[in-house]
Design a binder for this molecule. Sequence first.
Ligand SMILES: [Zn+2]
Length: 69
Amino acid sequence: MPLKALKCPVCGERVAFKVTQEVVKNATTFPVPFKVIHGDHSFTVYLDSGLLISRVSARTTDSPPVESP
Ligand SMILES: [Zn+2]
């Protein structure tokens, strides 16, 4: 199970997490969004077919940011 490490886009601390081949095994489009929980917040990494991180977003796929008035 690959272990990934990167700088959290939310708090700036280094974070390590595991991803499994299952994440991309059944994917039809790439990159695949993968939600990472880091303490009381979370972010999304986008993985290509080789489980490499192609992009990191502070947004999470299931909780879009609230628009400011
Ligand atoms: Zn963080």
